[in-house]
Design a protein around this ligand. Structure first.
Ligand code: BGC
Ligand code: CA
Length: 280
């Protein structure tokens, strides 16, 4: 029979070997885990540095876009100004052309081409004035010296330069139309030049309106509603007008924009005019 002690020694040796194996297994696991952690950390560091690069590239792009935005805004403002200046120039050339046509007609030097419809001479300028008058009216200073104070018009009235205009939506006789304007501190529209003529023609949108011209007091002596001198003022009569065909002492602007005398008792739409006011 073997001594008890040696059995115990054998058993202890076995368990020692077992523990050593377990510890070495654990060591391997721990070192594998450390390896993994180190690898993830490296990945993470790389990603972080890429993110930093991206952010700095984006910041540069944002700064460039902001700069472009400022430059484009400036370019836009310049273009807008140029457009307004050109528009003003074209408007004044058109006005000169209209003035010229009006003078030729008055001097009898203008003959319509054979078969031309009345008013066709205006067809040369008509397509352009509509376009240029789409541009919003520039602000006008209505202060008398201590300005600028913007010119303003009541609701329902349109402003052009320093005047306000009302286009009626019902028809009345010439006299009633004039009284209706007077009730509103206004008078039937007085056309003082080609630009105003242009503005009225376009705003009238092919509707016939009474204007503030009549020869009710004395046949052939034309008078403007506000006392403006008739002979020195521009005229936009249709060829052959005024003809007093049926005792015609009042004047309409036809759809072509030209003027024609009509009997005052006929019912027409009308246009009132009054000065714009310096309202804050
Ligand atoms: C109008 C007149 C105009 C004539 C021209 C008539 O219908 O009442 O005012 O002069 O047409 O043809
Ligand atoms: Ca007539």
């Amino acid at each position: 029979m073997a001594p008890k002690g040696s059995q115990l020694q054998r058993d202890m040796k076995i368990s020692d070997a077992f523990f050593e194996m377990e510890i070495s297994k654990l060591n391997i696991n721990v070192s594998q885990m450390f390896n993994k952690i180190n690898m993830s950390l490296a990945d993470f560091t790389l990603e972080l540095s890429q993110l930093k690069t991206n952010v700095s590239q984006l910041s540069i792009k944002v700064a460039m876009l902001e700069k472009q935005d400022v430059e484009l805004k400036k370019e836009l403002a310049d273009l807008r100004n140029k457009f307004l200046v050109t528009n003003r120039e074209i408007r004044s050339i058109l006005a000169d052309l209209m003035t010229e046509i009006s003078k030729l007609k008055k001097g009898g030097n203008y003959t319509e081409p054979p078969g031309a419809a009345p008013g066709q001479e205006w067809d040369h300028v008509a397509p352009y004035d509509i376009q240029i008058l789409q541009v919003p009216e520039e602000d006008e200073d209505c202060s008398s010296g201590h300005g600028p104070i913007k010119c303003q018009c009541p609701a329902q009235w349109k402003r052009f330069r320093q005047s306000c205009y009302y286009f009626s939506s019902v028809r009345k006789s010439g006299a009633e139309a004039g009284r209706s304007c007077a009730t509103n501190d206004a008078y039937l529209v007085v056309i003082n030049g080609a630009e105003e003529q242009m503005f009225i023609r376009i705003s009238a949108q092919n509707t016939r309106y009474w204007i503030g011209l009549n020869d009710t007091t004395s046949e052939g002596d034309w008078c403007w509603a506000d006392g403006t001198d008739y002979s020195s003022n521009l005229k936009f009569w249709r060829t052959g007008e005024p003809n007093n065909q049926n005792d015609e002492d009042c004047v309409v602007m036809e759809d072509t924009g030209e003027w024609n005398d009509e009997p005052c008792h006929t019912q027409q739409y009308w246009i009132c005019e009054k000065s714009a006011q310096p309202l804050p």
